[in-house]
Each structure stands twice: as structure tokens, then as C-alpha cells.
Design a protein around this ligand. Sequence first.
Ligand code: MN
Length: 504
Amino acid sequence: MKVFNNLEVWFVTGSQHLYGPETLKQVAEDSKIIAEAFDQSEEIPVKVVFKPVLKTPDEITKLCNEANYATNCIGLITWCHTFSPSKMWINGLKKLQKPLLHLHTQYNRDLPWGEIDMDFMNLNQSAHGDREHGFIMTRMRLNRKVVVGHWKDVHVVSDIAVWTRAAVGWHDIQNMKIARFGDNMREVAVTEGDKVAAQIQFGMSVNGYGVGDLVKLVNEVPEAAIDRLIEEYNDLYLVAEEGRPGAKYHENIRYQARLEAGMRSFLESGGFTAFTTTFEDLHGLKQLPGLASQRLMASGYGFGAEGDWKHAAMVRVCKTMGKGLPGGCSFMEDYTYHLDPEGMRVLGAHMLEICPTIGDGKSKLEVHPLGIGNKEAPARLVFNVLSGPAINTSLIDMGNRFRMIVNSVDCVMPEADLPKLPVARALWIPQPNLKTGAAAWIYAGGAHHTAFSQAIDADFMEDFCEMAGIEFVHIGNDTNLSSFRKELRWNDLYYQQAGALKFL
Ligand code: MN
């Protein structure tokens, strides 16, 4: 069973009539075997559907149109077993609106040294056929992914799986609806952005709703629904003494359960998959949604605090791309530093809203007063984040384009307990180190908010950005600050021209 059983990629082989029916029959048989092997791979999370070999311009254009209209088709994998002249592909590729992976492979892994003859040569031509195929996509300035190697090679399968997951994320954001409860935190720059440009670029629609509409639903939640959630909390979390029935803060936890149920019902009824809140607009709500936002994130919703809709979208996309993989995903903020030159680290957290999917499984449910917002003390889950690799991703609006900044990081466990810190927290070392990593991040304009994921790495995000046609910069172990700054400047020039370069 595939993780995304309702989605598929189409396996498309290019050829032509030049070789006669016998060769074409063999091409089709081989392609079918490859498509079926990918379809059976546990790693590739969608169905892989074999499509009949394409031999003419009309067939190619028809298939590209069909792919555009097929709502469950999230992309095409193409390769040329034989030679498929690329002028035949121009009209189809011009219309294609789905992501494309160009697989540069060969049916036979090895040259049959003792047996090779011209029949073998004519059947196995991808070494030059795929170059012709690549030329036209480069000539048309088409974004795509090229994967090279034998189709049974585990690295090839894994590259395809990464691209497929990126395509699932891209598919998800096309119709994403983001509900904003309140506007951005006043005067904050990086969480602002052009929502119209975002919809043109990504498909997602971002709209604001009066908090009063939410308040109505929250107030209507029946006590029985709250009782059921309290039972679930008791099963899943270690509820602090003062939060138990009859104790000082029990009602505060019940109120977060009320918020959770009310927000969930709002999001479900509107078909939303991501949302934002802001502590500056809680009119009619008794608490900032803390536990409620954490729980909604854990069930798959994207979330952004302080009205940050771009990171709400990215949390949702990262959650979708990583579905079924080990490790979780959360909204995150670079909060505080440990600047000991012997081991500089970032402590990542938020006021409340960190998703328990990234936690160590030992969440405590606690209630503490919140210094800002002038509301009642909110309930929240408190936990540590497991050690291991992760990424922080930030999407910013550069005015003429969106830029995605990804920093690969290594999470570590805290050296000691943090008994007085009343929020979930992660501790990480940015790659290549905090000094270079933070400088590169700041030069790139990366936000203080991020989508943090343990399930996917920078390769997933790079593939996603290629599909979106946006700028991608990666800060990793090979980042050199001087080169990185030049890359940012070159990108500034490229993205002034990128639109004009298409179809020159
Ligand atoms: Mn924040």
C-alpha cells in the first residue's frame, strides 16, 4: 500500500517509428518492466503508471494535455530508450504543467561484451537519445530533475522517491487554503509578503477571517467533546499535577481542548489545511491557542504564529512531503543561543506552538502564565526534541520573487535538564557551524520563523523549489560564506531575467 495511494506519476517513454514494430515492441516491454519495478518500490510513495510509448508529436502533445487534466497525476517520468527527436516534444512540453523528472537510464545495466551487435546498439540508445531529450528542455528553459543511473540502482530509486515526495508537496500546495485568524504581528517585516504573488506562484490561497467567527465555534463546543479530548490528553501526555481535575489549572486545559475542537471544526468546514494565529488579536478568546495549535499541527495542519502564513504553508508542505517517513515536522523559531566557542548551539522554540511529532515522546502537559497578550495562562505541551539531522526552511518574499533558504542542522540533546523552561525546545548545531550558518542565513534574509523537519532533507526542498520555479539556497557542510554571498548576488540578477529567458 502506497503512502499516497490516490496519487500517481506517469512513466513515459519517448521513441519514434524509425525502428519498426519489433524494436518498438521491445521498447514497450522493457519500459513496462521498469515502470512496474518503480510501482512496486516501497520507497516511491505513489503509484507509477506505465504509459504507451510515444512515437509522434501528436501522441506527445495528447499525453501532456491528459497529464494536465488528470487531477491525480502529480508528474511525469520521461526517458528515451531509443532516439526520440525533440522537435516532436516542443508543443507538448510547452503545455505541460506537471513536474517532470528526466530519468537517464538504460534497460541493460552492463554492456554484453561478447554479444553486442548493432541490434543491441539500436535498441539501447538513451546515452544519446536522452541528450537530445535534455537539449530541448534546456533550450526551452524548463525546470525539471535529471536522475542518472541504472533503474535498479538504490540511489536512482531513492532520487526518484525524493522527487516524487516533492511533487506530492507541490500537488498539495496547488489548492492549499490557509485561514488567518488575525493579521501579522504589527511592524514585523519578514512575515509580510505578497499573497497575490504567492497564489500565482504556488496556487495557495491565503485569506483572513474575523476572530469572532472562530470565537462563535469555540463557544459552541459541547462539554462532552471536551471530556473526550481530556481523556485523550490523559492517555497521551503526562498531565501536570495542577492541571488535573479539581486543581488550579484544570479549567485552563479544558479551554485549550475547547479551542482545539472549535478551530478544527472551523478548518474542516472551510477545507483549510493551514492556519495562522496572532497574540495581538485574540478578541473574545480566553487564551492564545497553545496546546490547540500543537495538536492541530500534529494531525497534519500547517501552522504559523504571528500571522506568518508563508511558514504555515511550508510547515504543511513539509509535513506532506515527509508523510510516512521517520521524524516529524514543526513550526519553529531560532530563539536563544549557546555561544560557548567549544560548541555553539541554537535553542529553537516558540512561545508555545511546537509540534509534538518532533518530540522525544515524553510530552508534559503544563499550564503557565504568558507574559504577552494579556490573556489567561495557556496550556501547552513541553518536551525535548530528539538528536539527529534536520532542516530549517524559510520562505521569504524578496519583492520580485520568493526565496527559499534551507539550513541543514544537527540536533543534539540538552546537556542538562531545563526545569524552568515552560516550552518545548530543540537544540541544534547549524551546518557548517553556527558562525558561518547564522551569517549565511542572515545574509540570505532568512526569517526567525522556519518550518523544521526531521523527515526530509535539503534535496526534497530543492526539488520542490525547482517545481515552483523559485530561488533555492542551501546552507550545509560545504557552504563557504564568500561563495554564498556571491551566489545571492548572482541570483538577484538571474531572477530579474528568469521570466524573460523562457521560450527565447
Ligand atoms: Mn514568533
